[in-house]
Design a protein. Structure first.
Length: 319
């Protein structure tokens, strides 16, 4: 059987040898073409390709914005007119609400769609219908802690702070951009004494919308919050809570330390995104983090002084 197979294949061997030589020759030709393209055609002297540029190269106006933003390092920034593309501001040490905390979790996207920009489609695009004129008076926008608004120089869509036509002041400008100070940005951490409970994100949106629609008792994010407590009990209402203090002592990508002085047991709101993997400790004791106002973090604190540490410690990080 083997002898017969060998006899049948023997006449084909010369053809196979020729084919092998052609394959080797073709490989050499392809390699030569690659070298030629890399070594010659891609060179600047052969401009057959589009000019390449660094998408994250700092624009000429970035140092101006960075100096201005350094006056309030914890404050966030928003860019209009394509001046701060979402997801890139972090490269320059800025915190943009376009992609808050460098992530766009479902809770925050729901927050954006429900309260800031209903037409938002993803985290890479600007918010096409964002109402800059009214944003500085919107409590849900104020909750994001956004103080700096960057737009093209001479733009006419400026935010108003007082309900009239008086624009937010320009605090820095050059030939390309204007930086406006929204002034009323809420701090990143504060104490609230009134709470409404929600069973989940859908109900949280409903409760918040109802509060925002209440003209007799307008929603005040510095004094109240919608909390999703799960099975935990919320503190008793405390009208004096807003007189307490919450001072951020250290803010790092994976750890936030807050010094709290509360007149009564109450709730600390930290306007960073509620996201799995974050844990909280009050005075060294583990405590739960509750979603607050749909997207942010709520932590129950006792009366008096306490040290609150919020750290990113997902199970994948643990031994």
């Amino acid at each position: 059987m083997l002898f017969r197979s060998a006899v049948a294949i023997a006449p084909l061997l010369p053809r196979m040898a020729v084919w092998g030589r052609l394959v080797r020759l073709g490989g050499i030709v392809v390699a030569a073409m690659v070298v030629l393209e890399l070594g010659l055609f891609a060179h600047s002297a052969w401009p057959i390709y589009a000019v390449r540029s660094d998408a994250l190269a700092a624009p000429s106006w970035m140092p101006l914005l960075q100096r201005t933003a350094s006056e309030a390092p914890a404050a966030r920034v928003i860019g209009l007119d394509g001046r701060l593309t979402p997801d890139t501001s972090g490269v320059f040490g800025l915190q943009s609400i376009g992609a808050i905390d460098a992530l766009y979790p479902a809770r925050y996207f729901d927050y954006v769609r429900a309260f800031l920009e209903p037409t938002a489609v993803d985290r890479f695009s600007e918010w096409p219908g964002f109402d800059a004129r009214n944003a500085a008076r919107d409590p849900m926008f104020l909750l994001t802690g956004t103080r700096w608004l960057v737009q093209s120089a001479g733009a006419d869509a400026w935010p108003s702070l007082r309900g009239d036509d008086s624009p937010a002041p320009i605090v820095a400008a050059d030939d390309l951009i204007a930086v406006r100070d929204l002034e009323r940005a809420l701090p990143r951490a504060f104490l609230v004494g009134r709470f409404e409970s929600a069973t989940g994100p859908t109900q949280a949106v409903e409760v918040l919308r109802a509060r925002l629609a209440d003209r007799d008792a307008p929603f005040d994010p510095l004094r109240e919050a919608v909390i999703e407590p799960g099975s935990a009990a919320l503190p008793a209402p405390c009208a004096e809570a807003s007189r307490g203090t919450a001072r951020i002592r250290a803010y790092q990508p994976r750890r936030v330390e807050i010094e709290v002085d509360a007149p009564c047991p109450t709730m600390l709101v930290l306007t960073d995104i509620a996201f799995p993997g974050w844990v909280a400790r009050v005075g060294g004791d583990d405590v739960p983090i509750h979603p607050a106002n749909l997207a942010f973090r709520g932590i129950a604190v006792p009366a008096g002084r306490s040290n609150v540490v919020v750290a990113y410690e997902p199970r994948s990080f643990r031994n």
